[in-house]
Design a protein. Structure first.
Length: 635
């Protein structure tokens, strides 16, 4: 389940927001201080109280009485199997299914042609055979009171028009059995607009967790047998105590906590009186067996409780959850915030909505959506940016007065040849190696041409000096360079000048790994206006072979003798440029970063072995980075 659309009206700084779209994965809410980010997260958490908007627009005179109702319009999207599971979890013996309009094309497409049980079965089978279902619901909260659920339209999932436009509404009573099948259990005429979405709304809401920036009072609590964390995490001692019964899982939680907050070596739960539990943090070696030195969570740093609760939800939830985090940089230093994000990336089936103005977090999440909040004319205005375009992130950071290239909070830097590698190597690490970067920042060398000149030693010394002493920049793990036309002597010299930190790709350049005809054809065909007829793999193969046979595409000015050598030594950037230009009749030029990312994504999904050399090298370098970080910790 995830929140797919949201709109808030007449709540705190919001007069009326535009409809926002969210996706699974990472969604960023950004903006300056006091721009309304926290109010938006409160509304998204669906546990808000009615607090009407106050401004000259709603209160033009002192005695004006404003509208007392705050309203959130929310869409939940989930697969039908999850709907069945929620029905069982809610213990609903029956749910209401509004009579479809038998004259509508939508109803007929579902197989509902008359108000018979057979039509009902066909419609339900069709609906629950779809990829996903989206329920549109409203949450109303009158002044000072919590929310209640309202349906603005019937049915809530909007797949067909109802037979009745106005009340009374005619409903089927549908019985879901233990096997996920449905049967008819009577009919009823009701004045109110209710249906399955109305019944499930409270259960949708239970899968939303919101973690605020304030210290959570969750260090102590009563003993119990529950495993599900409460939405305010108040029962964290209880669920962690239950988790201790699973040593492997509890050890994994502690391992992740220590990776994010190295000063916390372990956490455990202990009894402190009749029916009471307390979480304690071990800042010393647990092997010492000195539990008397453990510090109560209530006396520990602010961020430990939030991180523990977030880790528990992410690790133990059997179904996707929506996890809302307000300003994580306020309770975590930049390095810890980055490592938390890297852990969350390993569990991308959840939805994360994070409010932040931190460059570290924005760049680390690689968000699917970015919502920019601005406070103007006494109200919050929201604008959703194109997260897929780098200009969207840049606009966000310009608004905040920070730079994306900031690397504060990283543990180390892996320097790479150019922007293409800077963007593509994290994709390989995340999706091929399936491991987090955990504090390693990948940055491109700005002036790679200088490495070919007599100033190479000076350039390497400059990069290395930036990471020494009291500098805020973290140390370099390695410099990953293209082989290009360098011979063994030249590579040996660069290794020496870099202090043995220079590593070379096994092929001439990164683009040599992207010369997969099927990948190039797929990406080219996805480019709007590339040409009127699709490119076939065979056509692309012939065109590429022609390019691979050109003598002027090789350092030796002579084509390599066989295909494998040609793929390794050819000027691949030139080959890709020629292929895009020729096959599109000069309509489309190859863009190294944009098309390089697209080709990398295709290979990750369809031909991961093409990237094996690079993934092996990156794995080795990440292991090196981890080993060096452990040495620093020990010192």
């Amino acid at each position: 389940m995830y929140i797919s659309k949201f709109k808030i009206a007449n709540y705190k700084s919001f007069l009326e927001s535009p409809e926002l779209e969210f996706t699974p994965g990472f969604n960023i809410i950004s903006g300056q201080n006091n721009s309304g980010k926290t109010a938006l997260l409160e509304a998204l958490g669906l546990q808000f109280f009615g607090i009407p908007h106050r401004s000259l627009k709603t209160l033009p005179a002192r005695d004006t009485i404003p509208d007392q109702t705050s309203i959130a319009h929310i869409s939940f999207t989930l697969p039908p199997d999850e709907v069945r599971e929620l029905l069982r979890a809610a213990g609903l013996n029956t749910f209401l299914f509004a009579y479809p309009d038998t004259t509508s094309p939508e109803s007929k497409s579902l197989g509902y042609t008359d108000h018979s049980e057979a039509s009902l079965r066909r419609a339900l089978t069709s609906l629950f055979s779809s990829d996903k279902m989206t329920f549109n619901i409203q949450a109303w909260a009158t002044r000072g009171n919590p929310i209640s659920w309202v349906l603005a339209t019937v049915p809530s999932f909007g797949r067909y028009p109802s037979a009745q436009k106005n009340p009374p509404f005619q409903y089927w009573h549908v019985h879901p059995d233990a096997d996920g099948n449905f049967s008819q259990a009577g009919t009823e005429s009701i004045q109110s607009p209710v249906d399955i979405g109305f019944h499930l709304a409270p259960w949708f809401q239970r899968h939303i967790y919101r973690f605020s920036a304030e210290r959570l009072k969750i260090g102590r609590g009563p003993h119990g047998g529950g495993f599900a964390l409460a939405q305010d995490a108040v029962n964290l001692p209880e669920v962690l105590n239950q988790l201790q019964r699973n040593p492997a899982r509890f050890r994994y939680l502690n391992h992740q906590l220590n990776s994010i907050l190295p000063q916390v070596r372990w956490v455990s739960v202990q009894g402190i009186g009749p029916g009471q539990l307390e979480i304690v943090a071990w800042t010393h070696d647990p092997e010492s067996q000195r539990e008397d030195l453990a510090v109560p969570l209530s006396e520990s740093g602010t961020g430990i409780g939030q991180v523990l609760a977030i880790l528990y939800v992410v690790m133990t939830s059997e179904r996707p959850q929506t996890i809302i985090i307000d300003e994580p940089q306020s309770f975590l230093h930049p390095g810890a915030a980055r490592k938390l994000v890297e852990f969350l990336k390993l569990h991308s089936h959840h939805q994360y909505i994070i409010a932040t103005h931190s460059a570290t977090i924005i760049s680390a999440t690689n968000p699917r959506t970015i919502t920019l909040a601005r406070f103007e004319d006494s109200q919050t205005n929201l604008r959703q940016l194109d997260a897929g375009a780098e200009k969207g992130i840049q606009l966000t950071l310009v608004e905040l007065g920070i730079r994306l290239a900031d690397s504060f909070g990283s543990d180390n830097i892996l320097w790479v040849e150019g922007k293409t590698e800077e963007k593509c190597f994290p994709i390989i690490i995340e999706k091929v190696l399936k491991r987090p970067l955990f504090g390693t920042e990948i940055l491109s060398i700005r002036q790679t041409g200088d490495l070919e000149s007599k100033d190479a030693k000076k350039i390497f010394e400059t990069y290395r000096s930036l990471t020494k002493g009291a500098s805020l920049l973290p140390p370099a793990v390695a410099f990953v360079l293209d082989e290009e036309c360098r011979d063994d002597a030249a590579k040996k010299e660069l290794r020496k000048l870099s202090g043995d930190l220079a590593e070379f790709l096994p092929r001439r350049m990164y683009e040599n790994y992207l010369l997969n005809p099927a990948a190039i054809a797929a990406v080219a065909n996805s480019v709007e206006g590339f040409r009127s007829t699709p490119i076939t793999n065979e056509e692309l193969e012939r065109a590429m072979e022609q390019q691979l046979g050109r003598d002027d595409c090789y350092c030796e000015r002579k084509a390599a003798p066989n295909r494998s050598e040609r793929l390794r030594k050819v000027d691949a950037a030139r080959v890709l440029k020629e292929l895009f230009s020729t096959l599109s009749n000069q309509r489309v030029a190859y863009e190294k970063i944009v098309h390089g990312i697209a080709l990398t994504e295709w290979l990750v999904q369809h031909s991961v072995n093409d990237l094996k050399d690079i993934s092996d090298l990156l794995s080795l370098l990440l292991d090196r980075a981890g080993a060096e970080e452990n040495m620093v910790k020990q010192v």
